[in-house]
Ligand binder design. Structure first.
Ligand code: ADP
Ligand code: MG
Length: 150
């Protein structure tokens, strides 16, 4: 586990950019944290690290948005999902077991259908600009990523 405190959005973005640089096809990043924690902020900076220039917005009404970078990025936001069946209807396995990088905001909601091996990033809002970010690597690939971030 890696614990990082950031004191402003830029510091969180620096972390995301660095993470984005380390990512490879098939990686799965799960983001957990309340509204306003910084999940989308982090996603945007991960996308930059993947050489994605598009403007990233939260896919709240579509469940998923796809971008092209060094790898495809599949950006999920499952906050408004009513049932995990919606993930099956979407064919989500094609994405998360595909050739791109998946980032899932509110991943805790669909934890039951996610693979065991993944990177989990839990963001806690401590103050207006302060965040506690706990990163857990489940599986060797993700422990490796944590080493690269440390
Ligand atoms: P979420 O997707 O988790 O709902 P957002 O990324 O959309 O959250 O919003 C987070 C908000 O908090 C942004 O307005 C961002 O500028 C602000 N913020 C303030 N401090 C930080 C920080 N240290 N890290 C990330 N975001 C921060
Ligand atoms: Mg968001």
């Amino acid at each position: 586990m890696l614990k990082i405190i950031t004191n402003n959005p830029q510091e969180t973005e620096n972390l995301g950019y660095k993470l984005g640089k380390t990512l490879e096809a098939g990686d799965i990043i799960c983001l957990i944290g309340d509204l306003g924690a910084g999940k989308t902020t982090l996603t945007k900076s991960i996308a930059k690290g993947l050489d994605i220039d598009d403007y990233i917005t939260s896919p709240t009404f579509t469940l998923i948005k796809e971008y092209e970078g060094r790898y495809p990025l599949y950006h999920f936001d499952v906050y408004r999902i009513n049932d995990v069946d919606e993930m099956y209807d979407l064919g989500y396995e094609e994405y998360i077991f595909g050739e791109g990088v998946s980032i899932i905001e509110w991943a805790n909601i669909i934890d039951d259908i996610l693979p065991k091996e993944k990177l989990i990033i839990d963001i806690k809002r401590k103050d207006i600009n302060k965040r506690e970010i706990n990163i857990y690597g489940e599986g060797n690939r993700y422990k490796e990523i944590i080493k690269e971030l440390s």
